[in-house]
Design a protein around this ligand. Sequence first.
Ligand code: NAD
Ligand code: TYD
Length: 353
Amino acid sequence: MTILVTGGAGFIGSNFILDWLAQSDETVLNLDALTYAGNLENLAALKDDARHVFVQGDIGDRPLLDRLLAEHRPRALIHFAAESHVDRSISGPGAFIKTNIEGTYTLLEAARQHWQGLTPGERESFRFHHVSTDEVYGSLKAEDPAFAETNPYEPNSPYSASKAASDHLVRAWHHTYGLPVLTTNCSNNYGPYHFPEKLIPLMIVNALAGKPLPVYGDGQQIRDWLYVRDHASAIRAVLAGGRVGETYNIGGWNEMANIDIVKTVCALLDELRPDAAGPYSRLITYVKDRPGHDRRYAIDARKIERELGWRPAETFATGIRKTVQWYLDHPEWVQRVQSGAYRDWVQQQYGRA
Ligand code: NAD
Ligand code: TYD
């Protein structure tokens, strides 16, 4: 049996594949375009593992999708591939429309054709699992309850609007064509292999380099943080037992203000890699706010717990300690991401560009 993962060289996709193959012998076909965010070095541990089959390609390439689906006949498709960084969506929304909306549309159409050609039994068990974000629900006020699956969609950034559009397409392909879909909307992830343009890894690598730690606005924006391996286990749970056509919110029950995240990272670094120049918090620098910056996200993750018995295994205290330690233990990964050398990996390992 095979599952097809899109975007498996990115932060969450690569953690998902490592987690999957640690628990299962089911082959993973990994389709990833290797944009700036795709890094096959994340999967170096699987270099000689026949259970991981990598294909460089775009989810918008329909002939490629048709060929891969016909050749590998996956029993499920888990769709991570996306443009994922809010700040990039503000400076250049086009790529977000292309990949997140048009790419998802192309993938849905290819999956629908594949699914229609399966035997009745295979059709019954096939799943299209769409990986989405809590940002589609918009921004909460301090007193608002956390996002439930029934919250209206109110996306505010080009990124969240493009993900919301993709969620709607997935829903429509189920209701109109009967494609057996599952959608998960997850809060902010953190952990190993996180590209250092996002808050937590950026703070770790800047602090270690003695650079300013840029906090947007007043630093009081709140996110609900989840350790990435907990996201992987939640997706496995939904894929195995989620009800077709349903959406499940995934979160860490861990709301924290950005400035408190940054101070926690600084305190851990003070303990694990003290700097003779003084505490890392000296580097905190307040900078201009992000346009349209959402104030607060929080996830009500009771549905996935009630229906599937899933809860995160890590607390923020345990997860952030593992994460900071991972970055301290992998300076060469950070250095190759920052220099761009990680892009040579495909050439070195796979003999193509
Ligand atoms: P990422 O940016 O680290 O990785 C995205 C991956 O998709 C990269 O490997 C990239 O090369 C690939 N990709 C981009 N465009 C492609 C295309 N057109 N065809 C094929 N591959 C393409 O993102 P991430 O943080 O790992 O997020 C993965 C998914 O999870 C996204 O759908 C994102 O919206 C969602 N999500 C992320 C978070 C988070 O905190 N990072 C939270 C909730 C949901
Ligand atoms: P980010 O990691 O970009 O995730 P998202 O915008 O998808 O939630 O940002 C997390 C929070 O941290 C968000 O409120 C913006 C803020 N932030 C900073 O204050 N400084 C930074 O340099 C970055 C990248 C983010």
